[in-house]
Ligand binder design. Sequence first.
Ligand SMILES: CC[C@H](C(=O)O)C(=O)SCCNC(=O)CCNC(=O)[C@H](O)C(C)(C)COP(=O)(O)OP(=O)(O)OC[C@H]1O[C@@H](n2cnc3c(N)ncnc32)[C@H](O)[C@@H]1OP(=O)(O)O
Ligand SMILES: [Co+2]
Length: 140
Amino acid sequence: MLLDHVAIATPDLEEGSAPYVALGLHPEGPDEEVESQGVRVRAFQVGDSLIELLMPTRPDSPIAVYLDKRGPGLHHIAYRVADLDAEMTRLQAQGARFLRESPTPGRAGTRVNFLHPRWGQGTLIELVEHPAAGQAGARQ
Ligand SMILES: CC[C@H](C(=O)O)C(=O)SCCNC(=O)CCNC(=O)[C@H](O)C(C)(C)COP(=O)(O)OP(=O)(O)OC[C@H]1O[C@@H](n2cnc3c(N)ncnc32)[C@H](O)[C@@H]1OP(=O)(O)O
Ligand SMILES: [Co+2]
């Protein structure tokens, strides 16, 4: 299991990017809208992982709700798995509580699901399966 990304909620991608640009990081590609989550995502590469800035694109987005309640800042941590369905089965057998019955689309063609923050001991945890994951030699 690898660290896929650390996600940060922001009301404004430009303002939210300032510390990471100052640190010398560069966006990994163009911003991406993830309609299913109501977010626009800007990702900065850090080694094999990403810093993901998330800005809401509609008021009912989980990020908009989060910002209303808590303001900008650290939102969740995502781990990269080779087989999301198998991981869900394995963790549910141990009592883990996923927020969605089945995986939903993430950025860059990924499949994702989230574990309830209470199960995560106060941290919202996301599992991410990349399209090439599981193929021989694919970056896991
Ligand atoms: C997929 C695109 C992109 C990617 O990686 O590619 C993304 O990551 S998009 C990210 C945005 N989408 C999501 O976060 C989807 C999953 N999140 C949710 O379904 C909700 O945000 C949820 C259920 C985690 C919280 O919803 P809500 O705030 O409406 O519920 P509550 O207020 O009842 O909160 C329950 C409980 O959890 C605590 N909480 C809420 N958000 C967080 C958080 N980000 N980190 C830690 N804890 C969180 C909240 O304080 C409540 O705790 P309690 O002890 O009951 O006070
Ligand atoms: Co994420």
